[in-house]
Design a protein around this ligand. Structure first.
Ligand SMILES: Nc1nc2c(c(=O)[nH]1)N[C@H]1C(S)=C(S)[C@@H](COP(=O)(O)O)O[C@H]1N2
Ligand SMILES: [Mo]
Length: 509
């Protein structure tokens, strides 16, 4: 085959797949905000990925793991497109077969999403048909030998430009259609009710203002975000329902007005992700407004045999929470407000859960719409199906926040500061060790509650040279944080955080 034919074939493949994807997104935008075949394929891959692949992705890309996945899917599609074009010109109709296989994969992905409806078949199906037709036409026009009846260069480029422009236009229209701006506007207009039981005010002594230290309350914009949602669900409070069923006396379905009619409680609670590494920042502290989850359980009458609350989000994610943790008197909340605002969309708008003392994946279901009262020996949740621990109380953790790693400090007094947490047990001590020296007590900020983290400081009389600082905390039950390093999977990391600091020669600071 001539070089120009190859080039045309590759371009024909790319344009055909682009036209298919663009059509799929356009049809999806009409069908449902969750019907995008592109998103479905990416989400399918996330759900099927083994635990080590998830670990690797979080390690390698951090919080950019979602964009990285989307780019990866795009790159795979591009490669497929080039292959389909070349195969179609060399051995028609095998290029179309390649496209059909991928459209089939898109259909499987779209139909197996937890939120799927039969109509979700349409976007990948039309995508496949459009890609196939465009591929046949452009590849026929790619033949450059005069005897083969192909197009001349100008004809080919004109056709290519037309297909490209149509794809770009339909992508733009799809984006416009699916931008459900109303939910954002609804959230902006929303006025939260006042709590009948407000949070204790935060005393000055609990919130140290030290440069480089972690703030006691985390701003919404800085709050860590962890979830499997490639598209943040856009659920209007008008459409929100919580269906409570399973091992109960009376099923119950709450809507937004029902929820607002209940007694609102406000509490400051620190949330932590099980994937947090030693010294990591997948933890945040906020003032949450919501309804005690127990009040809802009281209304349905829970069977004595039940021990698990299986919560499902609007996008099909699930968490399994021990019922005991919801009913033992701790402030487990069905939350609508975060730091005085309605929940940000990415933190679960309109309604999520927050349960003090449990890692997020077993308790903090965002966009929650369904509660099944069940038993741990009958049901499993999203991450426990994938090898993570079933019951996951938060392990005691402490972290050095300042000075910055590998920074150079003047010799003399250096203020070290950090954060420690052991939610629902509280922190009773933090100690700091310099190199192989003795453990010495850090000064603790005032305890706000056993459900929140606690700041600490340590006055270090720093001698010149390079030093390693270590910290460890003791929880409210008197248990010292263990030294042994354990990876986050299956139920949370352990080990002491350390940080290397350089101290310059010269006079004290
Ligand atoms: N619907 C849904 N809720 C979810 C998750 C999720 O993937 N989907 N992830 C959980 C995990 S693992 C954590 S640590 C917390 C994080 O909450 P945040 O993103 O508001 O910090 O949400 C939990 N709730
Ligand atoms: Mo998490």
């Amino acid at each position: 085959m001539r070089a120009e034919t190859e080039l045309r074939a590759a371009l024909a493949g790319v344009l055909a797949v682009a036209a298919g994807v663009a059509t799929g997104e356009l049809v999806a935008a009409v069908v449902s905000p969750y019907a995008s075949p592109y998103q479905a394929v990416a989400a399918f891959l996330v759900d099927q990925a083994p635990a080590f692949a998830r670990e690797w992705a979080i390690d390698t890309f951090g919080t950019a793991d979602k964009p990285a996945l989307m780019v990866g899917v795009g790159a795979a599609l591009l490669l497929l497109a080039v292959v389909a074009g070349i195969v179609q010109v060399r051995r028609p109709p095998w290029g179309v077969a390649v496209v059909a296989v991928f459209a089939g994969f898109g259909i499987v992905a779209a139909l197996t999403r937890p939120t799927s409806e039969a109509s979700f078949l349409l976007p990948p199906l039309t995508a496949g048909i459009v890609a196939g037709v465009v591929l046949v036409v452009l590849c026929a026009g790619s033949r450059t030998a005069p005897s083969e009846g192909g197009w001349n260069r100008r004809q080919f480029l004109t056709a290519a430009a037309l297909v490209g422009a149509a794809s770009a236009a339909s992508t733009l229209v799809a984006r416009q259609l699916s931008r459900a701006g109303d939910v954002l506007a609804e959230r902006r207009r929303l006025v939260l009710p006042a709590p009948a039981s407000p949070a204790e005010p935060i005393p000055a002594g609990a919130t140290l203002q030290i440069e480089g230290a972690t703030a006691f309350v985390t701003d919404n914009a800085d709050f860590y975000r962890i979830d499997t949602a490639l598209q943040v669900p856009r659920l209007s409070n008008r459409d929100w329902r919580l269906r409570v069923h399973g091992m109960v006396d009376d099923e119950l379905t709450l809507d937004w007005d029902d929820l607002l009619a209940m007694t609102m409680t406000e509490r400051v609670i620190t949330l932590t992700c099980v994937s947090n590494e030693v010294g990591g920042d997948l933890a945040g502290n906020a003032r949450w407004l919501g309804v005690p989850m127990r009040d809802i359980l009281d209304r349905v009458g829970v069977s004595d045999d039940a021990d698990m609350l299986l919560s499902t989000s609007v996008d099909g994610w699930t968490s399994g929470t021990p019922l005991a943790a919801v009913t033992d008197g701790r402030d487990a909340l069905l939350v609508i407000g975060m730091n005085g605002e309605p929940l940000p969309l990415e933190h679960g708008y309109p309604v999520r859960q927050v349960v003090p003392g449990l890692y997020g994946y077993v308790s903090a279901c965002k966009w929650v719409t369904d509660w099944e009262i069940t038993r741990f020996d009958r049901a499993q949740a999203y991450w426990t199906e994938r090898g993570w621990g079933v019951r996951a109380p938060i392990k005691t953790a402490s972290r050095i926040d300042r000075p910055a790693p590998l920074s150079t400090q003047p010799a003399g007094r250096v203020l070290v500061a950090g954060t420690a947490w052991a939610q629902h047990r509280g922190i009773s001590a933090v100690e700091v060790r310099v190199d192989d020296g003795p453990w010495r007590p850090a000064q603790l900020a005032e305890q706000y509650s056993i459900d929140t983290w606690r700041q600490w400081t340590f006055d270090w009389d720093a001698a010149p040279g390079q030093h390693t600082l270590y910290c460890r905390a003791t929880d409210g039950a008197g248990r010292v944080q263990p030294e042994q390093r354990v990876a986050p999977i299956p139920d949370g990391a352990t080990g002491w955080h350390s940080r290397v600091i350089r101290v310059a020669d010269g006079q004290s600071g």
